[in-house]
Design a protein around this ligand. Structure first.
Ligand SMILES: *Cc1c(COP(=O)(O)O)cnc(C)c1O
Length: 426
């Protein structure tokens, strides 16, 4: 028995499922999870001393790869000055200014401690702005684990087979209306049936918690138009897409304006950070300026801000980085497709920028229904085949592969060779 297995046995005695976040438990692939001891660049190293090329990248934050010197040094410097003050600090101003500079259509930022908190607060703001209670979300989109949003959710809620959680009161869940991603008619039907009560439509502009499914031509523009028509706000949950598709996120990438934008993952550089952003008019409804209450003891934490600021500055100052990430991910997708064709594996490889995912289906995947059709048992075999050859993927079908700056062309080619061997064995 390896060290990971020993630690997992102990972990299961003292933590539900042995983990602090469900997908980490590897249940969807029926294995014991690897316990990670350290990480550097494109690699993670487990407690048994094995090295893996990592495409989890902490579920998105590590867009520059692991243990990047610019971020590590910023964190070390900040830690020397004290870990938390519960008072305003210079870096909070600097990171807010940087976010406002980079992201279109926003004028103000509120920092929180996770993507969940960012989205939960954005919903409260949308309800405060409109005086309406209902919310439209899309089946298979994941927006964190707050009560309003654990209805038909994606990510590990989906892999675990409980897309709607126990413990969410019906009185709250009834305000969350579910539409179909890439189906504008399903959205308009809800607007018509709930005329005058919908505060906001919330969407992952690229759905990345059902595997990766991009928006169909005109879908995001159509949401914008429907929100305008029915007086609702459009919330882009950019916890994954923010600072990944481009410096301005999906709003810039697709040229569609959102009223409220949420961030997480990349903006913390690996530390627990989230943010919600909007116009001055809306953000000044948030406490202490206005009646929408929201607060946080550790919000804008100096060490977390140092990490986020270092990562965002690096992305801003390396202008070719998004083309480079796109090229690397395209190379990987092309290699996977060629290998699938050679071995006769029916697989759809979806990719948007540096996000990609394989679905084990013989057809295209453009909807949540298509995504759910993937052969998850086959994904589990593929996952195990890859892991034993030194490539760590998300341990569940309905997640993205994240390509980072540390995934060089050589590492991508090594990965393609491993995919080839793994597909051959399926
Ligand atoms: C990860 C994620 C969240 C939740 O963020 P946490 O930091 O895990 O709370 C919300 N929305 C999207 C789109 C995400 O991918």
């Amino acid at each position: 028995m390896g060290v990971s297995e020993e630690l997992f046995d102990r972990a299961q005695m003292v933590m539900p499922g042995g983990v602090n976040s469900p997908v980490r438990a590897y249940r969807a692939v029926n294995m014991a999870p690897r316990f990670i001891a350290r990480a550097d660049g494109a690699y993670v190293y487990d407690e048994d001393g094995r090295r893996y090329i990592d495409y989890v990248c902490s579920w998105g934050p590590m867009i520059l790869g692991h243990n990047h010197p610019a971020i590590r040094e910023a964190v070390e410097r900040a830690a020397r000055d004290g870990l938390s003050f519960g008072a305003p600090t210079r870096r909070e101003v600097e990171i807010a200014e940087l976010i406002v500079d980079c992201v279109p259509n926003i004028e103000m930022v509120r920092m929180v401690n996770s993507g969940t908190e960012a989205v939960m607060s954005a919903i409260r703001l949308a309800r405060g702005v409109t005086g309406r209670d209902d919310l439209i979300k899309f089946a298979g989109c994941y927006h964190g684990h707050s009560d309003s949003l654990l209805v038909n959710a994606g990510s590990s809620a989906l892999a675990g087979g409980c897309p709607s959680s126990a413990g969410v009161p019906e009185d709250i869940a009834k305000h969350t209306l579910t539409a179909r991603f890439n189906d504008l008619e399903s959205v308009e039907e809800l607007f018509r049936a709930h005329e005058g009560t919908v505060a906001a439509v919330i969407v992952e502009p690229v759905a990345a918690n059902m595997g990766v499914v991009g928006p169909a031509e005109g879908f995001l523009e159509g949401l914008r138009a429907l929100c305008d028509k029915y007086g609702a706000l459009l919330i882009f949950d950019e916890v994954i897409t923010g600072f990944r598709l481009s410096l301005g996120g999906a709003q810039e990438y697709y040229g569609v304006r959102a009223d409220i934008v949420t961030f997480g993952k990349i903006i913390g550089g690996g530390m627990p950070v989230g943010a919600y952003c909007s116009s001055r008019q809306f953000m000044e409804l948030v406490a202490p300026c206005g009646p929408v209450y929201q607060a946080g003891t550790l919000s804008g934490n100096p060490v977390a801000m140092a990490a986020g600021l270092a990562q965002l500055r690096y992305l801003r100052d390396h202008s070719g980085i998004y083309e480079q990430l796109d090229g690397r991910a395209a190379r990987l997708a092309a290699g996977m497709r060629a290998s699938a064709a050679e071995h006769g594996v029916p697989v759809a490889i979806n990719r948007v920028g540096s996000l990609l995912s394989p679905f084990f289906v013989p057809t295209e995947v453009t909807t949540f229904t298509d995504a759910k059709g993937s052969d998850t048992a086959r994904y589990a075999r593929y996952f195990a085949n890859m892991l034993k050859r030194g490539v760590a993927l998300a341990p569940a079908q309905f997640e993205a592969m994240f390509v980072s700056e540390a995934h060089t062309d050589e590492i991508i080619d090594e990965t393609i060779a491993v995919v080839d061997a793994s597909f051959a064995e399926l």
